[in-house]
Design a protein around this ligand. Structure first.
Ligand code: ATP
Ligand code: MG
Length: 256
């Protein structure tokens, strides 16, 4: 059964989408089927993978609203083995439209039940909010990957996020693991980056991924060409770092 991982942090602009796209692509390059779910009304994972949707092609919103079957919303991407469940700005309505539904927090989980066997990993790109969409993502997930930008306010909001994850474990009796804390936009020429990284490793110990994602203009450019870094500039440091992260995540799997 596919392992479902939410890429989440309610702080904006920390590298969630960059990580979701490039980790998904790097995992798929190991010849394993991967699904990336764009669960952010900004639709950055969708456009970042070069998916040009027509206004009436189905999205995650239509799936959550029972308007379409999950299979008919999933599309293939330019990377072999990487599928996408796309989103656009309509998804913002889901936060309100789901409220009156029974078991509203479990809507995504139920929708994924029939397809999770087809994928080795399902990654969910979350919005920068602890809203009903994020709650749906967390309750559908086996684990969370938390990107943190190595800067002064790096820890801002992290305790709130970890409290939410604890609440999900206690109140919803949902087993959810911490896949890892990922240091992003890492620039080891600056003292601040090095200090923040050292503090995070001291505080979170082994929960911090060994792989760090460097600050790289190529990583920032790739989405405007609708490509993951593995296609846009496969030899770059950014591409290498996400291949390394994919290896690290695959290494978390219990050996058979
Ligand atoms: N390693 C990196 N090096 C340089 N720029 C980066 C890197 N990672 C992300 N960026 C850039 O930083 C900005 C924010 O990144 P991204 O969209 O991945 O964050 P996010 O957490 O998904 O944001 P949001 O909270 O709005 O969804 C983008 O312009 C992206 O291109
Ligand atoms: Mg994003």
């Amino acid at each position: 059964m596919g392992r479902i991982i939410s890429v989440t942090n309610q702080k904006g602009g920390v590298g969630k989408t960059t990580t979701a796209i490039n980790l998904a692509a790097s995992l798929a390059m190991n010849d394993i089927p991967i699904l990336l779910i764009d669960s952010d009304p900004q639709g950055n994972s969708t456009t970042g993978l070069g998916i040009q949707k027509s206004p009436d092609s189905p999205t995650l919103y239509n799936v959550l609203m029972d308007e379409t079957d999950v299979n008919s919303a999933i599309v293939k991407t330019e990377i072999d083995g990487l599928d996408l469940l796309p989103s656009d700005k309509n998804l913002v309505g889901a936060n309100i439209a789901l409220v009156p539904k029974p078991e509203r927090e479990y809507t995504l989980r139920k929708k994924l039940a029939s397809i999770r066997d087809r994928y080795h990993y399902i990654l969910i790109d979350c919005p920068p909010a602890l809203d009903l969409l994020t709650l749906n993502a967390l309750l559908a997930s086996d684990a969370v990957l938390i990107p943190i930008q190595c800067e002064f306010f790096a820890l801002e909001g992290i305790s709130e996020l970890l409290d939410t994850i604890d609440r999900i474990r206690d109140s919803f009796h949902h087993k959810i693991a911490l896949e890892g804390i990922l240091l992003t936009m890492y620039d080891d020429r600056t003292n601040l980056t090095r200090q923040v990284a050292a503090d995070l490793r001291e505080f979170f110990k082994k929960e911090v991924c060994k792989t760090v994602i460097p600050r790289s203009i190529r990583l920032a450019e790739a989405p405007s060409f609708g490509k993951p870094i593995a296609l846009y500039d496969p030899k770059s440091k950014g591409a290498e770092s996400y291949i390394q992260l994919a290896k690290e995540i695959l290494g978390h799997e219990p050996k058979a």
